[in-house]
Design a protein around this ligand. Structure first.
Ligand code: HEM
Length: 452
């Protein structure tokens, strides 16, 4: 039965300034600002200049927008800015096209397909980790970014490139560099008015050049894969395969757009999460000991997963809680819709921050304390839907969640089996909040485990 209560109006968050709205707060203390408005209502309005944006503050509001009323929402502003670069791939597309793309990509993300990639993932991680020297200071954030991009390139672009591991690593490095520039450009274009975002001072030309270079690399990968009739069971082969809605499989342009979408969604998210994971290991040697013991007890050929590495899995879930990299998600109302009693007009822009959800003391006591064992006291299934959302939820939930968890377990196992990471004395790690929240720099000293 429809509620007869008159619709509520979302209150305007405190701190709005003439002309600028809440932009100065978002410019200086983005994440803290969003957390500060949590107490002001389930849904509040903030202003980017004159543009109103509705902020979802409760798990219930998030769940309603993402799941129960999910079909009334499209993806919104961030994705308008990303679309010229990634085209209409799975992360930007809507409705029927999105459903078709998701169905086409799904086989590549099935558990057995991911299990088939574990050898490639482990090979890349172990090769890089084996090159470290005792006592060496590793630029962990950069190394992880290249490693995770190479991993994605190896599994997306081809599992067995004829030109070998070195070529994959080199390609991974090039892709990683362009990708960082593109992600930054998309973020700048989202928060700033188009005229300001296009300013050369903000690196707009660099952004366009990096986007063109990435497109070129993706086009080449698609062309090469198309010419290779054998296929390698990788993601590109899955894209070319016929599906019920698309008997000819994807065209080259569609496959290119999907590659770019997957690179954008899957490279920096995992490398940033892992950078925070390594940072926490540096701060908690006892946790490193527990992970090392768990990894040592696992037979070399066993597949990493929550059942085989339960503590390491809990550790990663806690990293994703406290250091959620995708700190802001956006949606747009496709029609007038009432959420938690608040009337939203068609075209309303919405955001929510998983960081706000993940640091809510109502669900995570002492939320800033890093404690993997909190998940023993209150497992995810006991939380209200919408309270813990590292991979979002609903029909647009991350398709790569299991892939990402597997990759991250593989990398942690490769690193911690050989090395203990230490923070570098005198270096303070600071979060930088752009498209993702990442450490500004993460130099770490590695020492080998004593031989017994
Ligand atoms: C720790 C790592 C990761 C995190 C935290 C993460 C998080 C997310 C989140 C929050 C979304 C929802 C975005 C939205 O609705 O606006 C998403 C979507 C998506 N992610 Fe991930 N992701 C991760 C890794 C990956 C990986 C490794 C891949 C692929 C290889 C991937 C592919 C995708 C795709 C394709 C979507 C769009 C799904 C759709 O719209 O149907 N992600 N991810």
């Amino acid at each position: 039965m429809r509620s007869a209560a008159p619709p509520a109006v979302a209150p305007v968050a405190s701190g709005r300034l003439p002309l600028l709205g809440h932009l100065p707060h978002l410019a200086v203390r983005r994440v803290e600002f969003l957390q500060s408005v949590r107490g002001q209502g389930d849904i509040v309005r903030i202003f980017l200049g004159n543009r109103p944006v509705f902020v979802l503050n409760s798990p219930e509001a998030v769940h309603e927008v993402m799941v129960t009323q999910g079909r009334k929402f499209g993806k919104g502003l961030l994705f308008d800015v990303a679309r010229p670069f990634i085209g209409n791939g799975i992360i930007t597309s809507e409705r029927d096209l999105h459903r078709r793309q998701r169905r086409a990509l799904q086989p590549a993300f099935r558990r057995e397909s991911i299990a088939a990639c574990v050898g490639t993932m482990a090979g890349i991680a172990q090769e890089q980790v084996a090159a470290w020297r005792p006592g060496e200071v590793i630029a962990m954030d950069l190394v992880l970014r290249r490693m995770m991009t190479a991993m994605l390139v190896a599994t997306l672009f081809s599992a067995e490139r004829p030109d070998g591991a070195a070529a994959v690593a080199a390609l991974g490095e090039r892709v990683a560099e362009h990708l960082t520039t593109v992600m930054r450009g998309v973020f700048v274009g989202t928060v700033l008015p188009a005229r300001i975002a296009a300013s050369p001072v903000l690196g707009h030309r660099r952004y366009l050049a990096a986007a063109a270079a990435l497109r070129e690399l993706a086009d080449t990968a698609v062309r090469q894969a198309r010419q290779d009739p054998a296929g390698h069971g990788d993601l590109l082969s899955a894209m070319f395969a016929p599906t019920p809605g698309n008997p000819d499989g994807m065209t080259d342009t569609e496959a290119r757009d999907e590659l770019l979408s997957l690179l954008m969604a899957g490279a920096e998210t995992t490398s940033t999460t892992l950078a925070w994971a390594l940072h926490e290991l540096g701060r908690h040697p006892d946790i490193t000991d527990r992970i090392k013991a768990e990894c040592d007890a696992l037979p070399a050929d066993a597949l990493p997963g929550a059942a085989a590495l339960p503590f390491t899995d809990r550790f990663l879930r806690e990293v994703l809680r406290l250091h959620q990299p995708s700190w802001i998600l956006m949606r747009r109302a496709l029609e007038p819709v009432r959420v938690r009693g608040v009337e939203l007009p068609a075209g309303a822009e919405l955001i929510y921050s998983a960081v706000t959800m993940h640091r809510d003391p109502a669900h995570f006591p002492d939320p800033l304390r890093f404690d993997p064992d909190r998940w023993l006291d209150r497992p995810e299934k006991d939380l209200p839907p919408g309270a813990y959302v590292p991979f979002a939820l609903g029909s647009r939930k991350c398709i790569g969640d299991h892939f990402a968890m597997t990759e991250m377990l593989v990398v942690l196992r490769s690193i911690v089996s050989r090395w203990r990471p230490h923070p570098v004395r005198g270096h303070r790690v600071r979060p930088v909040v752009q498209a993702l929240i990442r450490p500004d720099a993460l130099p770490m000293r590695v020492s080998p485990w004593p031989t017994r």
